[in-house]
Ligand binder design. Sequence first.
Ligand code: FCB
Length: 483
Amino acid sequence: MSATGDFRISGLQFPDGFTFGAASAAYQIEGAATEDGRGASIWDTFSHTPGKVANGDTGDVAVEFYHRVDEDLDLIKSLHLSAYRFSIAWPRIIPAGTGEVNEAGLAFYERVVDGLIARGIDPVVTLYHWDLPQPLEDRGGWTNRETSYAFARYARVVGERLGDRVAVWTTLNEPWCSAYLGYASGEHAPGHRSELEALQAVHHLNLAHGLALIELREVVTRPDAKFSVTNCLATAYAADPANPEDVDAKRQIEALQNRAFTDPQLRGFYPPDLLEDTKHITDWSFVRDGDVQLINQPIDILGINYYCTGTARRGPEHSTEGTPYPGATRVEAVEQPGPYTDMGWNIAPHGLYDLLVATHEAYPEFDIMIMENGAAYRDQVVEHNGVKRVHDPERVDFLLRHFAAAHRAIKAGVPLTGYFVWSLMDNFEWAFGYAKRFGIVHVDYETQERTKKDSALWYANLAETGVIPEQLAGGILSSPGRN
Ligand code: FCB
C-alpha cells in the first residue's frame, strides 16, 4: 500500500498538465443572499428554519465572496492553482427558477470567469450545488419532472453567456445528497422524509443532467470545453468478502449510491437490482419512455468526490424510513477504523485509490477528475512576531496521503487529470453551519480576514512544481498502515 518506492528516489511527479485546483459552492461562500435580484433557494428556507442547521447558522453572509471576488481570485492565483471550481447559484440567474432572467446574476459570474481567465486560472463551473430556487420546491422540487426542464433552460442561459470561456462544465454536484439527504433523511434542504420522493428525485436529477448537457452542447463555443458530472460515489467494502450476505449488503449500497446515477448517466439504463430492491416503494413509472436515452449524454470527464470509506454487512430486517438508503433493508453499516477528521469521517487514502481504480474499470472510456477531497479540523490562528499563521499538520498529512494515493492510481493506469481540494476557504458547511472548517485558507468570520493555513502553503508548492518532494513529505509516506 505504500508509495515509498519511487517516492524515496525522486518524489512523486504528477503528469504534465495535471490540474491542481480548489473547489467551493455558491451558497457556502457568496453571502449577499438578497442582493442584486437573487431569489431564495431551498437552503435559504432550510437554514432559516429553527433546528435545521447547527447554531442557527445561515448562508446570508457566508464568507462574502460576492463582495470579495478580486481579493479571493488573487488568493487563488497566489496558490499557483491552475483551476478553480465554483458553482453558479441558479436563483441569481433565474430567481424564480422559471421565467425572468436576472442580468445582474449573469454579470456577476461573468466577472468571476473573466477574473479567473485574466489570472491564468481555468474556470470550472458546477451548475447545481444544491441551491434549488424555492419557487420550484414549492411545486414539488426534484420530485417534479418540470424541475428537470427548468434546469435545462437555466443551463442554456448560463451556457449562452459563458460558453465561450468556461473550461469544464459539471452539471450536478452529488445528486446522491440532493436526493437522499434532501428528500429521504431530511438532513439537507428541503428536509423531507419520504422514500418515494427521494427516488423520484434521483430520476429527475439524472434527467436534469441529461437535458442540461443537450442544451449546453448546443450553445458552448469554447472549442476545448469539457463536460462532466460530479457524483459522490461510495467506496464500499463488504465486512466479510467471503460472506455472500455481506457482499449483498455492499451491492445494495452501491446500487443506491453509485449505479443509480452512473448507470443511467453513462450507460443509459437503471440497474435492475436497484429497481428490484425498491419495488415496495415504487414501480419507477416516473421514468418515461426515452428518459434514459436523454440522460445518457456523452461526457468527457467523470467527476468524483471522495472523503471516506464505508463497510456494509448483513443486518436485521428493518424499515429504512428516515434513512438516506431507501429500500436497503438488510444492511448495516460497520464503524470504520480511525483516525478521523473533525467530521468524524475516517481517513482512508487507500479508499481513494480503490475508488479510482474501480471507477476506471467500470467506466474505462472517461477521464476522471477528483472534484472534491479534503478534511475538516479545528484550526486556530496563531501569531508569531505579528505574522498570523494557522498550523494544520493533520490537513497537510491528509492531503499528502490522498495525493499520494491519487498518484499511485495514475501509475496504475487511471486517467486522472485533475484534483480539486475541498475547500479553498472555510465556509458554510451545510447542516453543520460554520462549525466545521474545511478550508486550506482560514476565514475569521467576524472580520472576514483570510489567512493561509500551512496546508495552503504546502499545496501551493505542489501546484507550482507538480511534485511532492521527499523533504516536504518528511518520511510520512513510509509510516505503515494508513496509506
Ligand atoms: C460534499 C459537498 C461539499 C462539502 C463537502 C464537505 O459532500 O459537495 O459542498 O460540503 O462535502
